[in-house]
Design a binder for this molecule. Sequence first.
Ligand SMILES: Nc1ncnc2c1ncn2[C@@H]1O[C@H](COP(=O)(O)OP(=O)(O)OP(=O)(O)O)[C@@H](O)[C@H]1O
Ligand SMILES: [Mg+2]
Length: 253
Amino acid sequence: MNVATAEKPGTGTGPVQSGDAYFSCQGLQSYYGESYIVQDISFDVKQGEILALLGRNGAGKTSTLRTIARMDDPQLHEGEIWLEGQPLHTMADWQAAQLGVGLVPEDRRIIQGLTVEENLKLAQIEKPLGWTLDRIYEHFPRLAERRRQEAVTMSGGEQQMLAVARALARDLKLLLLDEPYEGLAPVIVQEIEKIVAEIKGLGITTIIVEQNAVAALELADRALILDMGQIVFRGSAREVLDNADLRHEYLAI
Ligand SMILES: Nc1ncnc2c1ncn2[C@@H]1O[C@H](COP(=O)(O)OP(=O)(O)OP(=O)(O)O)[C@@H](O)[C@H]1O
Ligand SMILES: [Mg+2]
């Protein structure tokens, strides 16, 4: 298969777009200052689906997540973003968060000087609320054990769990995970995978960016591969796992 033409109709599982998708972005173009980074990206995600957003370093994965979450940088110049019929492209980051967009950034942004519980409570200052603390502790027993510990003193895996739990503490509809497995031991990766699968079971939609592409693909329903700010492949996660040429060319695995 010629990977350069992988996005042609007839390859993959067919068009990813439909008229009334749960989440949809169309023609996204975003910039850091003058630098044109997210270059005309369009895709849809169904409710409860897990989409793996993959690509080499610098492909534009983080920039795409940040654009969807309506962060100030990169700045969205063109395109539309819709979640459950709501136009995210007209909103600021805090409004997107209120509507249920939860970005868990690579650096996790755990607040220093606060305990685990204080970090969670801080997420619940604003409505609409998601899971109660009791429900969070039920699903994350490690966080329950460490509720009074200063959060930044926990292990990387525990901090990642806290970052995901914090997203669930708001009314979450679209979870955006940027490299959640980075730096974590395989056993901890498995725990996070279990949590993401549980979240899917609740009907929450997830976009996961990962360098550990195989792990992300094993969890995901569908995959997009980015290169130089553009989509070069869309299809099922299985197709990427089965296509060695594609993985060599764009994922270096
Ligand atoms: N704040 C910024 N200002 C200017 N350019 C940026 C900024 N952040 C990222 N870029 C550029 O945008 C492009 C895409 O970067 P991005 O971080 O989205 O890639 P990525 O796919 O997430 O890469 P990685 O796998 O390394 O995390 C790169 O060329 C990068 O240099
Ligand atoms: Mg990145």
